[in-house]
Write a protein that binds this ligand. Structure first.
Ligand code: F0G
Length: 351
């Protein structure tokens, strides 16, 4: 009787739904806000991780997707479409099943993690691999939804942003006020837009006394906002944020400037270092793109840009199981032992 009801029921008064809206939910949201001991020690701050990989399909996309599919159903859509680096497609596919809709997804060929492809497949989505990058996929998806009877559920659909803003509500509800700094990975820039909307709404209504500075981090090979120009051939091992022309670019700049924040870049090496630190020292297994937020915080701390004593929330956006190749790569091979306690003890260094 006390189960979390999903973001639409929990925040109904702050979302564009009515009493008759047919809510499509997998009880997304209500994700853990985990104190990060090692990151707190390293920065001299109080650092928390908002663990969005704990959502039903393993990423923050579920917050936006419950809204997008709910509204598509309300409007009578029978099919939805999205472009995706993987997580949006996994989420759309699952929620479309709940709604009894057909789901079509466009993904950049060879550039999405296996776990995400498996999700879209097992949920029965119609998958087209596009000979191009995410930006090309989004162009194609927009064209199809403009000309055919299929609803677009990318974050250019404003109800996606409405759903995703609830993560900020949860953080303020949990901490009692907004943090000093909120750190996020940035790809298509929908999520930083959504968090900023959530924080500003809560501040405007007096639920929070202030808004945080928004810190966004792109991967160096896919950092159009940092460079101030479209990146034609984006590259990074963090395939989820391999995006050269973010749809919510202007909103991300607004979030940065209105909050007094920054949008900076982190290298793949820095991303992987943060990825391993999160797993091996905080016990939180995320996918590489998610570690961009933590990599950015560590980079800023090393540059002396993080004043001690602040309260900081880093969103880690997706579950590590989505893309396990990076966990296995470079790790020592497990040794094989006979069914023998003495031999096992020896290999474990116990004897
Ligand atoms: N982290 C993960 C794990 C993501 O999947 C994404 C975006 C982001 C961060 C960046 O969020 O685009 O709102 O700035 N993934 C999209 C997708 C593009 O298709 O799944 P953003």
């Amino acid at each position: 009787t006390h189960q979390w009801r999903g973001i639409i029921e929990e925040y109904r008064d702050r979302l564009p739904v009515s009493d008759t809206t047919p809510v499509v939910t997998l009880r997304e949201g209500g994700t853990p806000l985990v104190p990060a001991q090692v990151l707190s020690e390293r920065t001299g701050c109080e650092v928390h991780l908002k663990v969005e990989g704990a959502n039903p399909t393993g990423s923050f996309k579920d917050r936006g997707m419950t809204m997008a599919i709910t509204r598509a159903k309300e409007e009578g859509a029978q099919a939805v479409i999205c472009a995706s680096t993987g997580n949006t497609s996994a989420s759309a596919a699952a929620y479309a099943v709940r709604a009894g809709m057909v789901c079509a997804v466009l993904v950049p060929q060879g550039k999405i993690a296996l776990g995400k492809m498996g999700q879209a497949l097992v949920h029965g989505a119609k998958i087209l691999q596009v000979d191009g990058n995410f930006d090309d996929c989004l162009t194609l998806a927009r064209g199809l939804s403009d000309n055919y009877p299929v609803a677009l559920v990318n974050s250019v659909n404003p109800v996606r942003i409405e759903g995703q803003k609830t993560a900020s509500f949860e953080i303020v509800d949990m901490l009692g006020d907004a943090p000093d700094i909120h750190v996020l990975p940035v790809g298509n820039a929908g999520n930083i837009t959504a968090y900023w909307k959530g924080y500003t709404e809560y501040a405007a209504d007096g639920v929070a006394t202030r808004t945080p500075r928004m810190w966004g981090f792109q991967a160096s090979g896919s950092a159009p906002i940092v460079r101030g120009e479209v990146v034609k051939d984006p590259s990074t091992i963090a395939t989820a944020i391999r995006i050269g022309n973010p749809a919510s670019w202007q909103y991300a700049l607004a979030a940065r400037d209105e909050s007094g924040g920054v949008i900076d870049e982190v290298t793949d090496r820095e991303i992987l270092r943060a990825y391993r630190l999160l797993a091996s020292q905080e016990g939180v297994f995320v996918e590489p793109a998610s570690a961009a937020s933590v990599a950015g915080l560590l980079k800023a701390a090393e540059q002396g840009k993080v004043d001690p004593g602040q309260r900081i929330v880093c969103t880690v956006t997706g579950n590590g199981l989505k893309d396990p190749d990076w966990a296995v790569a470079g790790a020592p091979q497990p040794v094989t032992v006979p069914v023998d306690a003495a031999a096992a003890a020896e290999r474990l260094g116990l004897a």
